[in-house]
Every structure is written in structure tokens, then in C-alpha cells.
Design a protein around this ligand. Structure first.
Ligand code: FES
Length: 94
């Protein structure tokens, strides 16, 4: 079942010529890029993603993927957190 979903995503990407987009919601044709754009403007709930894009959850198979994208940290955020932690721990030791 999961393999069929992945194959469908690849086929849709190829048919539309979108080689670098990953479809996370087949029912509504939402891509990971769509979700990340909303995340960047502060959307943090999957239900808000559907609402902002003018659609609604249908089968629900994408819910976990959308949630994972909304929860993922950017590389820049992680680097800033590591930098802050190092500065904070060194100031405690001094
Ligand atoms: S894949 Fe998103 S609602 Fe079906």
C-alpha cells in the first residue's frame, strides 16, 4: 500500500514535470514545498494547512507527513541552537 503511494507520487511528479517536488497529499495535490511555505509564515497545525490552501483532508494518509514537515527544524535553526548552547555552557563554566 505504501509502495503504491510512493509510485503514484513519482508518476505525478514526472507527469507534471516537477522533478524536485514531493507530493505529500495526493488527494489535494499538496507538495512538501506548499507545506514548508505555510510553516514559514507560522502555520503549525495540519488542519490549518488544508484550510489555508483551500482544501480539506480526505483520506488522511498525508496527515503524518504534513505533521512531520511542520515539526522539522531547519538546518539554520539547529546551528543557531548549537551555537547558543555552546556560548551558554561556556559562560556557566567561567
Ligand atoms: S493524501 Fe491527503 S487527504 Fe488523502
Amino acid at each position: 500500500m505504501r509502495l503504491t503511494f510512493i509510485i503514484n507520487c513519482i508518476l505525478i511528479n514526472l507527469l507534471k514535470g516537477n522533478k524536485y517536488k514531493v507530493y505529500v497529499c495526493i488527494c489535494n495535490a499538496l507538495t512538501s514545498e506548499d507545506v514548508r511555505k505555510l510553516k514559514n509564515i507560522g502555520v503549525c497545525e495540519p488542519s490549518s494547512v488544508y484550510k489555508k490552501l483551500g482544501c480539506a483532508m480526505q483520506c488522511g494518509k498525508c496527515l503524518q507527513s504534513i505533521d512531520e514537515i511542520l515539526q522539522e527544524e531547519s538546518v539554520q535553526e539547529t546551528k543557531e541552537q548549537i551555537s547558543f548552547s555552546k556560548k551558554f555552557s561556556s559562560s556557566l563554566q567561567a
